[in-house]
Every structure is written in C-alpha cells, then in structure tokens.
Design a protein around this ligand. Structure first.
Ligand SMILES: Nc1nc2c(ncn2[C@@H]2O[C@H](COP(=O)(O)OP(=O)(O)OP(=O)(O)O)[C@@H](O)[C@H]2O)c(=O)[nH]1
Ligand SMILES: [Mg+2]
Length: 246
C-alpha cells in the first residue's frame, strides 16, 4: 500500500512500481482507493470510484469537498466484501493499493486501517512516501520521519519509507540525507546547531521518538527517472522473503 501526504507522488509511484514488477515477470494488479481522484497515471484493475461517487455524495448529503471525502472514506467499509471478491478474481501476484491524497482521512480515522486489515492478506507492506521537497532541512526531514512513525503506529505493518521525486534532489543533499539516515545523531546535532532554540528543543525530542526502523528503511525513488527501482524491489524481497528481481 502506498501512502503519503497530498501530492507526494503515490499515484505516479504506483504506476512505476507496477511497471518494475511487470518487467520482472510479476503479474501485478492495482487497486485505487482514492474516491476523489479525477485522473490517474494508470488504469486501475479495481477502483473504489465504481462504488463511491464523490460528486453524488456532495449533492446528496449537501457536503463540501472535504466533508464528502470524509464521508466517502468512511463508506469504504461497506464495500469490503466487493473489494475482496474483485481482488480474489483478479488473482494477481502483487496488488498495489493507491490511497487518498488527504492521508489524514485515511490513516488517522478508524476506517483506513480497518479497510486495509480486511482486504490485505498477511504479506502486506506499507510504502510511506516522503516528498523530496520536504527532506532538505534537518527539521523537515525529522518531521517527515515522525509522520512515518505515526503511520507505522496506525497500521502496524512492515514499512518502507520512500523519498519520492528523488530526481529533484542534488547530489549534495542526497549525501546529507544518507548521512542522517546512517547516523541519526548527526541529524540531531544539525538541528540543534542550525535552528532557533525552541525549534531545536522540539526537534531533538522528535528525533528521540522516531523509531529506529524509520531510519533503517529509507530509500530514494523517482517515478520520472526510474531511480530506486532495484533498491525498492530488493527491500520488498527482503521483507517478503521471496525473489522478485529476475
Ligand atoms: N519530479 C518528479 N515529479 C513527480 C514524481 N512523482 C510524481 N511527481 C509529480 O508530483 C505531482 C503529484 O503526483 P501524484 O502521483 O499525483 O501524487 P499523489 O500523491 O498521488 O497525489 P494525490 O493523490 O493528489 O495526493 C504530479 O505533478 C507528478 O507529476 C517524481 O518522481 N519526480
Ligand atoms: Mg494520487
């Protein structure tokens, strides 16, 4: 399942990852769980929009776009049986699940984790996308990993943190981020030295609560250049304990 803040590149990476898996001979399906999306870079095999129509919900319940999105995410629970049936008949080796842009509606309401636990089999991995643009300042990166920790706490599944849009980062920044990942103490030190005292104090505490695995499982990808494909598939292989890369 791909999850991340609005515009972090979930749908683009869903498509690219499906290509990477297909290139390795794996029959891959895609489930779109975003009821509000107008355009997708792929054709979903299973689509929540076949069951839930955002415009109709807005009209019928006289809701604005955010209210209607909350209602549609909550309604997903009513279609679990249908989704499971569709997943069963698709019978793919890998199923990629693209999730709504407003991740807080999905991850932090009760329904998101419920839906995921009911439609996923035991071998479920969360890919948490961190937009490359939110990784450049030490405090931005610490906040992104805090959010990643919070997502792991909600779903309690193996999780890989993916810095998406890595093509937008220059080599120096990438090396810096790699240094932070390898040694979180350097991230802490940079926060303390580079930011104002209050922010520094809060950030230090943030780095302390970020779970260790959050640093261990960070990789760079780009849906545009294709960077990170082997690294991501390799990480997935390791978690699932089965070979993907041919
Ligand atoms: N440079 C660059 N841009 C990207 C990449 N992936 C996505 N984008 C751009 O980022 C924007 C958002 O991409 P989406 O894939 O729609 O992101 P999303 O997380 O699915 O967005 P929502 O579902 O609306 O939250 C689009 O303009 C994409 O073209 C990438 O790897 N590199
Ligand atoms: Mg999307």
């Amino acid at each position: 399942m791909l999850i991340g803040t609005a515009g972090s590149g979930k749908s683009s990476l869903t498509y690219t990852l499906s290509r990477w898996l297909e290139e390795n001979g794996k029959f891959t399906g895609i489930l779109n769980l975003d009821p509000g999306v107008r355009w997708l870079p792929y054709s979903p095999d299973i689509d929540i929009r076949d069951y839930i129509n955002l415009d109709q919900i807005m009209m019928h319940y006289e809701l604005g776009p955010n209210g209607a999105l909350i209602a549609s995410v909550d309604m997903m629970i009513n279609y679990i049986k249908d989704l499971r049936e569709e997943i069963r008949s698709l019978d793919c080796e890998y199923l990629l699940i693209d999730t709504p842009g407003q991740m807080e509606l999905f991850a932090f309401r009760r329904v998101g984790p419920q839906v995921i636990s009911k439609i996923s089999e035991e071998n479920m991995i969360i890919l948490f996308l961190i937009d490359a643009m939110f990784t450049q300042k030490p405090s931005d990166f610490a906040s992104a990993l805090l959010l990643a920790t919070s997502v792991q706490y909600r779903f309690l599944k193996p999780q890989i943190n993916v810095i998406s849009k890595a093509d937008l980062l220059n080599q120096n920044i990438k090396e810096k981020i790699e240094e932070w990942i390898e040694d979180p103490e350097t991230l802490k030190m940079e926060i303390i030295s580079s930011e104002d005292t209050l922010q520094g104090n809060i950030s230090q505490k943030i780095v302390d609560v970020i779970s260790e695995e959050m640093f261990a499982e960070v990789i760079f990808t780009s849906a545009i250049t294709g960077e990170g494909g082997d690294a991501l598939l390799g990480r997935i292989e390791r978690i699932l304990g089965k070979t993907i890369i041919e």
